[in-house]
Write a protein that binds this ligand. Structure first.
Ligand code: AMP
Ligand code: MG
Length: 321
């Protein structure tokens, strides 16, 4: 587990990335995609990521064993910002049984037949699990807002389209996340903040490297044409949905290695705050275990140690002769 100085260092490193609840965000003015707080060299960054990955793996075992809290990690970004690579690196040390990643695409006909949060609710993590949303319910106030034809497809009754749909959705999303956090599910929200120029570079790379061609979609270019509309929709979304119970973190994403350590740090920080513990047995349960131990020891075949594990431990502890 993290010691106090590590805890403090991690908490301090992510403080500048947090969107203060109630503040009015202008993405372009308030957050620099090239920011790399204090980490001068990529090499140091790589060491820090290894440390983050190790901590994450340790906390995840505790989270699973305690089986009381769940964690939902929400990842939002423009195309080519590195969502997939971040998930791959940050989760690389974690037991796959304890993590589930869900990617959300254009909604299906069945999904459009339900309320807009329905499909996300189906994929929420269970207690003890870390769930990752690769895109999320936030698409409902981002792509759906930038391209209003998406809202048309949602078949909303007249009354649900009256007034300010987006303001209402912000409130509904905040309420939903509050409900989750009140009931033992931590919502950790990361926006990977990429610059327009770095996106241009990465899209070209996808075209220039044959092994990366499959990643390129002409849809990415169409969305890029709406860059400013997205920046506005994102700024407004961050302003209205960063809450005390589920604050947003804006992750500088122009340097992939920095985006990865910063993302790991935010997730580790959430786990440190939950501080999950391995359950300990009470006296009665302990006594029952000792009874079973005596039974198993009595079953030792001739010549075998009654408790070979205890034997090995003693050997390991005794100074080498
Ligand atoms: P990708 O993540 O690159 O595979 O692309 C998934 C696409 O689905 C993106 O263009 C998203 O904007 C789009 N998408 C995700 N959620 C929604 C939604 N609720 N409504 C419309 N489009 C969506
Ligand atoms: Mg894409």
């Amino acid at each position: 587990m993290a010691d106090d100085s590590q805890r403090k260092r991690i908490a301090e490193s992510i403080a500048p990335l947090r969107v203060k609840p109630g503040s009015k965000v202008s993405l372009a003015h308030d957050f620099d995609p090239r920011f790399k707080a204090g980490v001068k060299k990529k090499k140091r960054g790589v060491e820090m990521l290894a440390e983050g990955v190790r901590l994450l793996s340790e906390y995840q075992s505790r989270l699973a064993a305690q089986d009381s809290w769940g964690v939902l990690v929400v990842l939002q970004a423009m195309d080519a910002a590195g969502k997939d690579g971040t998930i791959r690196h940050v989760m690389s040390g974690v037991n796959p049984q304890g993590v589930a990643v869900h990617s959300f695409k254009v909604p299906s006909a069945t999904e459009l037949d339900h309320d807009y949060l329905w499909r996300y609710a189906q994929k929420l993590p269970a207690r003890g699990e870390i769930g990752i949303f690769n895109r999320s319910h936030y698409e409902e106030v981002l792509v759906v807002r930038v391209h209003p034809e998406n809202l048309e497809r949602q078949k909303l009754p007249e009354a649900a389209r009256d007034g300010n749909v987006w303001k209402r959705r912000y409130r509904e999303i905040n309420d939903w996340e509050r409900y989750m956090s009140d009931n033992g599910f931590r919502v950790v929200k990361l926006f990977l903040n990429l610059s327009k120029e770095e996106q241009r570079r990465r899209l070209l790379r996808r075209i220039d490297l044959p092994d990366h061609n499959w990643k390129f979609s002409t849809a990415d270019l169409k969305e890029r044409a709406h860059w400013d509309d997205y920046q506005d929709a994102i700024s407004e979304c961050l302003s209205h949905t960063s809450t005390e119970w589920a604050p947003w973190y804006v992750i500088p994403a122009d340097r992939k290695w920095y985006a990865r350590i910063a993302s790991a740090a935010v997730i580790v920080n959430a786990l440190m705050e939950i501080d999950p513990r391995f359950p300990v047995v009470d006296d009665e349960q302990r006594k029952a275990l000792l009874d079973v131990k005596a039974q198993l020891e009595a079953e030792a075949p001739k010549g075998a140690a009654p408790d070979p594990f205890e034997e090995e431990q003693k050997l390991a502890e005794s100074p080498a002769s």
